[in-house]
Design a protein. Structure first.
Length: 190
């Protein structure tokens, strides 16, 4: 079952507030952003008010409609070169959690540790986003990845690399959580 836009987590209020702040800073109306992102103005309002938890694909479309990257939603990372476990920023989607392992979003590299719950995924529609390259390394479990329509079944120790702008989608097809490292260049491409 893919990740769905449904009942929100407390962290969604922070994400929603940041989305509204970014939209208003750019002088964009909710209607403009909703139309460009392919969502209804009512949905965007619920998102900005923390009432729904967006899929990765939906969140990406909304921030791209504002001319931003997903990383911009999460503000400044830690200033130093080390990110301690308790300081990791987390992005919670329904069924998947992304933990930011790199401190500088203006750098050349962004590394996420992602945990995908059984049966969850990005949805049935492929998405693409700004950036140069992505590399996914499966640390534990099974992971199914579609790149430009071709399906790849990955397991522990497997890796896949592809351009960020190539349509892709993903899913955990197993009964156990999948743990991955997701590496993206440049930082903020996610």
């Amino acid at each position: 079952m893919p990740i769905s836009d449904s009942a929100a987590d407390p962290i969604d209020a922070d994400i929603g507030a940041r989305l509204r702040q970014l939209r208003q800073a750019r002088g964009l109306s909710a209607r403009q952003v909703a139309r460009q992102a392919g969502v209804s103005p009512a949905y965007l309002s619920r998102l900005e008010n923390g009432k729904v938890s967006p899929t990765v694909s939906t969140l990406t479309r909304v921030v791209l409609a504002m001319g931003e990257t997903v990383a911009a939603v999460f503000g400044d990372a830690t200033a130093g070169p080390v990110v301690r476990r308790p300081e990791r920023r987390v992005v919670r989607n329904r069924g998947a959690d992304d933990y930011l392992l790199t401190p500088n979003r203006n750098g050349r590299l962004e590394v996420l540790e992602t945990v995908v719950e059984p049966g969850e995924g990005s949805g049935t529609t492929a998405y693409a986003h700004p950036g140069d390259e992505e590399c996914i390394v499966v640390l534990a479990g099974e992971f199914r990845l579609w790149i430009d329509g071709t399906r790849y079944d990955l397991s522990e120790g497997d890796a896949a690399t592809f351009p960020c702008r190539t349509p892709h989608r993903w899913q955990n097809p197993s009964d156990s959580p999948a743990r991955l490292h997701w590496i993206i260049t440049p930082a903020g491409g996610y």
